[in-house]
Write a protein that binds this ligand. Structure first.
Ligand code: SF4
Length: 195
């Protein structure tokens, strides 16, 4: 906390006349903004999902990029034992711990943003088969109880870390592996931005 906020904790809730921020942003997995972080063969765009970026620009929504959990734990080449799947490599005690630590760091950051009058509209994850970032909801759109067991290893840890702090933010996979799915997901996102 800086000195001014210490002197006047209410200061952060008043908008400075020259400050143009929207106070609204979303959190996206690494590869939504950088397809180069995907495993070899898995990139669906040359650089990024431009449709998500276009919506954010249109509705003045900021973006927070979550570091790729697979690269964080396994490195760019997803190094693992011969024959072992990425999911099995990530879903180990060490892999889950790595995802948990990453989740705790990001959750602390989220708490700080929320305490300072920001609204995080959504957490956008990956494709249904993503070992780290798949999002499968028991009941779609939100709720601390709603992330299903077959979701990605990182997303489950992240969801738990947020629930522990009683922070509820909608989770949604951006399923760019199929044109009809990503169309539905973009529509969901635009509806959310319109609320
Ligand atoms: S682990 Fe997540 S961020 Fe990394 S490439 Fe896969 S879906 Fe993207």
């Amino acid at each position: 906390m800086n000195v001014l906020n210490k002197l006047n904790p209410l200061k952060r809730f008043f908008k400075h006349p020259s400050d143009r921020r929207s106070h609204r942003f979303i959190m996206v997995i690494d590869c939504i903004l950088n397809q180069n972080s995907r495993d070899l063969g898995a990139a669906n765009y040359p650089s990024m999902n431009k449709e998500i970026l276009r919506l954010c620009m249109q509705y003045d929504i900021g973006l927070f990029q979550i570091p790729c959990p697979e690269i964080t734990f396994l490195g760019f080449l997803r190094k693992r034992k011969p024959g072992q799947s990425i999911r099995d490599a990530l879903d180990t005690a060490a892999g889950r711990e790595c995802c948990r630590n990453l989740s705790i760091d990001i959750t602390l950051r989220i708490q700080d943003y929320i305490n300072n009058n920001n609204k995080i509209l959504a957490i956008l994850g990956g494709n249904p088969e993503s070992p780290g970032c798949a999002i499968h909801s028991v009941s779609p759109n939100t709720g601390c109880e709603s992330l299903a067991e077959n979701s990605g290893v990182f997303m489950k840890e992240f969801h738990k870390a947020l629930c522990k702090q009683k922070i509820t933010i909608p989770f949604r996979g951006m399923r760019d592996c199929r044109p009809d799915w990503i169309k539905q997901d973009l529509k969901w996102l635009e509806n959310l931005f319109n609320q």
